[in-house]
Design a protein around this ligand. Structure first.
Ligand code: AMP
Ligand code: ZN
Length: 111
C-alpha cells in the first residue's frame, strides 16, 4: 500500500521520532503549525477516525498525546489535540493521526 505514514512506521521514510510504544509511533510534523507539533499514528494502517473500530488502539493514541505533552514540556501551559477527519476538515494523509500542538496560545474557534 502506498501510504506515507505506513512508510514512516516501517522506517522506509525518515522522520524525527519522539515517542513509540507497541501500538503507536510519534514524530514531528514536517510543516509545524506551532512550536511543538507532533503527529501520533497507529502502527496499524487505519484510513481515518471514521474507519476506526473498538478493536483499534484509539486509547493508546490519546494516552500517548498526554505523555508526549509532558515530555515536550507543554502540559502545564496547555496544548491542543486534533484529529482532522475527512476532506472538509483538512485531512490530507489518509492514515489516522493525532496532532499534538503547543507552545503558543491557540485561537478558538479553529480555522
Ligand atoms: P492532516 O492535514 O490532518 O492530514 O495532517 C497531515 C500532516 O502531515 C500535515 O500537518 C503535514 O505537514 C504532515 N506531514 C506530511 N508529510 C510528512 C512527513 N513526511 N513527515 C512529517 N509530517 C508530514
Ligand atoms: Zn498507512
Amino acid at each position: 500500500m502506498d501510504c506515507l505514514f505506513c512508510k514512516i512506521v516501517a522506517r522506509e521514510i525518515p522522520a524525527d521520532m519522539v515517542f513509540e510504544n507497541d501500538a503507536c509511533l510519534a514524530f514531528r510534523d514536517l510543516n509545524p503549525q506551532a512550536p511543538t507539533h507532533v503527529l501520533i499514528v497507529p502502527k496499524k494502517h487505519i484510513d481515518g477516525l471514521a474507519s476506526a473500530s473498538l478493536d483499534d488502539d484509539l486509547q493508546s493514541l490519546l494516552l500517548a498525546a498526554s505523555e508526549i505533552a509532558r515530555q515536550e514540556g507543554i502540559d502545564r501551559a496547555g496544548y491542543r489535540v486534533v484529529i482532522n477527519s475527512g476532506q472538509q476538515a483538512g485531512q490530507t494523509v489518509f492514515h489516522l493521526h493525532v496532532h499534538v500542538l503547543g507552545g503558543r496560545t491557540m485561537a478558538w474557534p479553529p480555522g
